[in-house]
Design a protein around this ligand. Structure first.
Ligand SMILES: Cc1ncc(COP(=O)(O)O)c(C=O)c1O
Length: 386
């Protein structure tokens, strides 16, 4: 900044930004109870800023960032028990992960039908529209998971892929991935696992002796897995990873890339910031597997606490939580949600299940829950819900 006027302008703009930011809800307040994102770990913020200008779309210019990217992919691939033949690529998150996986399935099979559980994330609607593919929805069983027999019935000559969810968006349920993997392996069907949310939870639940099914590359029928560091990976938006069982598959979604330092480029994006990659790498290095295990343990303890507190209030759950996501049944759903919002608390509303979704992310502590429960109770009483 050269002149006094430039300095003045600079600070005025920063003040303006602060005014807009003040309108936002913040994770640090603890009042965002329904999001699958969280306040990034402190080290993520530092890492992000350091790599603000680096572009992974032009890797020769940023070999240091590229190295970090490889190390992050190795951490995730190991977490998911990926075989040596596997290949990981950074994506912006679960939506891009699902799109890229289905693009791959379409190019490998030249087929168009995707068999999805009814609980699939809405990104599959985008996939159908973008890539002219057809969604074949499968009903859920009594546990809100994909019905295996009904899924098997839908497999036909047009099937490009089957989707299984490891940590669903609405209730955090885990589809019967081992059984689906077996079926897909036997029938030679591409099987994508959407672990955008559960990918950073389920491996640690296993270590904490919770009863959860296998969901990763240990299962021979699993073709691709997407997992998000900006959800339970405790890092900054946007950062996901798609891991494919076979590195050679990526040729199917690669194009020659002129004018930049790499000969070819796979995936959807071109220019990609190194910021979120450095942030996620820093968090994985700082927390390591033991750190993540502790994060998950805390989230699960708080989930249990919420379960007890809401049920003693007389509000039933849709199902017993599998992971750190709760669906709390509410009859007067729009009224309760908007009333909570007016009081400064944000929960998500799931109309077709008539429930609110509470996601116990790392920023939600028991102390926050102790503040929230009396407000929920008061709101429900005022509206005649309980
Ligand atoms: C299971 C699942 N898949 C995919 C997505 C999409 O992720 P994103 O919004 O980061 O693209 C979500 C988002 O909540 C999700 O829960």
């Amino acid at each position: 900044m050269k002149t006094k006027n430039e300095k003045k302008k600079y600070y005025k703009i920063l003040e303006e930004l602060d005014r807009y930011r003040k309108k936002d809800f913040t994770f640090s307040s603890g009042h965002i109870l329904g999001s699958m994102c969280t306040q990034p770990h402190a080290i993520a913020k530092m890492g992000y800023i350091k790599f603000l200008e680096s572009n992974l779309g032009d890797p020769e210019l940023f070999p240091g960032t590229k190295e970090i990217e490889s190390k992050l992919i190795t951490f995730i691939s190991d977490l998911l028990h990926a075989p040596k033949s596997a290949m990981g690529q950074i994506i912006s998150g679960g939506t891009e992960g699902n799109i890229t996986a289905m693009w791959l399935a379409k190019r490998l099979t030249e087929k168009k039908e995707i068999i999805i559980p009814k609980s699939a994330h809405f990104s599959f609607q985008k996939i159908a529209s973008l890539m002219d593919m057809k969604l074949i929805p499968v009903p859920l069983n009594e546990n809100y998971c994909m019905d295996i027999a009904k899924a098997k019935d839908k497999i036909c000559n047009n099937t490009a892929a089957v989707l299984g969810i490891a940590g669903s968006t609405e209730l955090g349920t885990i589809d019967p991935i081992p059984e689906l993997s077996e079926i897909c392996f036997d029938e030679n069907i591409f099987f994508h696992v959407d672990a955008a949310f559960g990918g950073f939870v389920i491996p640690f639940l296993n270590e904490l002796c919770y009863d959860v099914p296998d969901f990763d590359f240990k299962l021979k029928g699993v073709s691709t897995i997407s997992i998000d560091a900006h959800k339970m990976g405790y890092s900054a938006i946007p950062l996901g990873i798609l891991v494919s069982r076979n590195e050679k598959w990526l040729e199917k979604i690669s194009v020659e890339s002129h004018c930049i330092s790499s000969k070819s480029q796979a995936g959807i994006l071109g220019t990609r910031s190194g910021g979120p990659v450095a942030a996620a790498y820093a968090v994985t290095r700082y927390l390591g597997r033991n750190g993540y295990k502790k994060v998950v343990e805390n989230c699960m303890n708080t989930t249990k606490y919420v379960e007890e507190r809401v049920t003693e209030m007389g509000l039933p759950l849709v199902i017993k939580p599998t992971i750190n996501v709760l669906g709390v049944k509410i009859k007067k759903l729009p009224e309760v949600v908007s009333n909570l919002s007016k009081k400064g608390w944000k929960v998500n509303k799931i109309d077709h299940l008539s429930c609110i979704r509470i996601v116990i992310m790392p920023h939600i502590t028991k102390k926050i829950i102790d503040e929230f429960i009396p407000i929920l109770k008061k709101t429900c009483k005022e509206l005649g819900e309980i």
